[in-house]
Design a protein around this ligand. Structure first.
Ligand code: FUB
Length: 330
């Protein structure tokens, strides 16, 4: 066999078997992974499902890191609802994402805005991922409203930072350079509502019948469910998201502009084993690509005790993402 045949055979074998599933930690429940690279290290910010949870019971946020994707440092719980005086305490510390800018770290989280009894988006600042983290504004950055969860943040090539978020809808705001305030002159008092775009199957994939918790009934809804994950490769914006109602699968759309229109690219994965949610995102680190997500395998299928998993994969041309098998067998 010559070198080319060996490489093709190897690639075909990997494509058939899928990449192995790995974990950052097997002992504590750690859903909603948000990976970020800083220098030589990859950090994964996660939430925390309580060991006894039978519904979402999430009091704080955790951090893990690695330099080689094999050996992980468990930094433990590095921030909790106690960091946000406006938030419901001891619970509803939902999905998050952190980003580094000019030597400071900014961590965007979903927590319950007690003035609205609905989730809003908070921001915390630190000098390093391990903290200590503080709330620089003492109020939600984005006040509570229906579906205002799952923040994702991205800094464009021109230095403009964008915050996206949403469940059963997607919204985005222009962050000011301080990263702790939004540009109120943008869109509708600072918030652009993407729901008309989500309605378009060419942009966000097939609609499906699912529960609307505001209307308290099942209706035909957009494929986009929640958990947006925004980034850019070359001149292409990527928006990954949980799709298809619950149980969720992971899908993505691309665009040549942060404002869309988006082009639906398809599924990245099928549903996560043992979990009706899947929240995650892809990231490139040391020349390889990884998909992070959570599943319910370690808890034996309890959808409220979820554990982060990751798998290596190879991007296609232009950074596009192949279908990744996350079934338990692999
Ligand atoms: O972890 C709580 C919620 O479940 C997240 O905000 C969603 O993305 C889903 O994973």
């Amino acid at each position: 066999m010559n070198k080319k045949t060996i490489l093709i055979t190897l690639f075909a074998l990997i494509a058939m078997t899928g990449w192995a599933q790995k974990r950052v930690n097997n002992h504590m429940y750690n859903p909603d992974p948000a990976p970020v690279v800083s220098g030589d290290r990859l950090y994964v910010f996660t939430g925390h499902d309580l060991d006894t949870a039978t519904y979402f019971r999430m009091p704080d946020w955790q951090l893990f890191s690695t330099t080689d994707m094999e050996h992980w440092t468990d930094h433990g719980v590095v921030m909790s609802t106690a960091n946000f005086k406006w938030a419901k305490q001891g619970d509803n510390a939902w999905a998050s994402q952190a980003i580094e800018r000019n030597g400071k770290w900014y961590w965007y989280v979903a927590a319950e805005d007690t003035t609205k009894h609905l989730h809003g988006i908070g921001v915390a600042v630190a000098d390093r991922p391990e903290g200590p983290w503080t709330d620089p504004i003492g109020k939600p950055l984005i006040p509570g409203d229906w579906g205002f969860i799952d923040p994702t943040v991205f800094i464009d090539d021109d230095g403009q930072a964008w915050l996206f978020w949403g469940n059963n809808g997607c919204w985005y705001a222009k962050l000011n350079e301080d990263m702790i305030s939004t540009d109120k002159s943008f869109a509708n008092n600072g918030i652009c509502d993407m729901r008309p775009m989500l309605d378009d199957e060419a942009q966000f994939g097939p609609k499906c019948m699912k529960m609307d918790y505001q209307l308290h009934k099942r209706v035909m809804k957009t494929g986009f469910e929640e958990a947006p994950w925004i980034y850019k490769i070359g001149d292409t914006y990527f928006l990954e998201y949980a799709a298809g109602g619950v149980p969720e699968h992971w899908a993505y759309s691309t665009s040549k502009s942060i404002h869309g229109p988006w082009h639906y690219e398809g599924r990245i994965t099928d549903e996560a084993p043992g979990s009706f949610t899947i929240h995650g995102g892809t990231i490139d680190f040391k020349g390889k690509s990884y998909l992070f997500y959570h599943d319910g395998i370690p808890s034996g299928g309890n959808g409220f005790r979820r554990t982060t998993a990751f798998r290596e994969f190879k991007r296609l041309k232009d950074g596009r993402i192949p279908k990744i098998d996350i079934s338990v067998k692999k």
